[in-house]
Design a binder for this molecule. Structure first.
Ligand code: ADP
Length: 213
């Protein structure tokens, strides 16, 4: 992505607010001559930020802006946005898992085995479903109700937020454990973080705010 100069940013702002607008009118707003503006207008038109129509003037190209924002999403890495995973031992009781969910204010817990490797995912609805049908939640271990390996959808720190978002949407899930594979082939994963739909929304807002000219 080309870094724009201060004056080019100013031109974009004017065209966004007042377009279609002629080169002469932009020059007047900036107290410059039309000739002095010509190189900047040429750059912005060539880069796709602006569209020019003869005898009408310059338009702000919204599609270009959206495409640039999407490109930035592709560049952002899971590693830079992941949150701490909230973890329970898979032998933890369902009762204690529910307490943990409230204490940590999260929607999903991850279960680990005695070696600390990822063993399962426990969502809000997994816990609700279990609570409806079972009286003795203190005796029931999470390992009985969790979604287990090898059915867990994971993401690695070097994947992009776009890839993480796609995985959540295609699999109809709210969060992904961020993992490092310890032993390729036998589903041994070290849990290093979590990505949720909130993470994606927050990143989206951040990108939008950074880009607002
Ligand atoms: P909820 O059940 O509260 O709506 P989810 O939509 O995230 O939350 O979970 C739906 C189901 O998918 C649950 O049974 C849960 O255990 C499972 N699940 C959640 N996240 C994952 C994941 N990353 N990989 C595999 N299964 C998951």
């Amino acid at each position: 992505m080309i870094k724009l100069t201060k004056r080019q940013d100013e031109i974009l702002k004017i065209v966004k607010e007042s377009g279609p607008i002629t080169g002469q009118q932009i020059a007047e707003k900036l107290s410059l001559t039309r000739a002095a503006l010509r190189p900047d207008l040429a750059i912005l038109t060539m880069a796709g930020n602006l569209d020019a129509r003869p005898r009408v003037g310059y338009f702000f190209n919204h599609n270009h802006e959206v495409k640039q924002q999407a490109e930035q999403f592709i560049l952002r890495k899971v590693a830079d946005y992941k949150a701490f995973p909230i973890v329970v031992e898979k032998s933890t009781s369902v009762y204690d898992a529910i307490v943990q969910l409230f204490l940590e204010d999260v929607g999903t817990l991850y279960a680990v085995d005695s070696d600390g490797y990822l063993a399962g995912v426990i969502s809000r609805k997994d816990l609700l479903r279990t609570a409806i049908g079972n009286k003795d939640l203190q005796e029931l271990p999470c390992s009985v109700i969790m979604t287990r390996m090898p059915n867990i959808i994971t993401v690695t720190p070097d994947e992009t937020l776009l890839e993480a978002a796609k995985k959540m949407i295609t699999n109809h899930i709210d969060s992904l454990p961020v993992v490092k594979e310890i032993n390729p082939g036998n589903h041994t994963y070290l849990l290093v973080g979590r990505i949720t739909k909130t993470t994606i929304t927050r990143a989206y807002l951040e990108i939008m705010e950074q880009n607002s000219v």
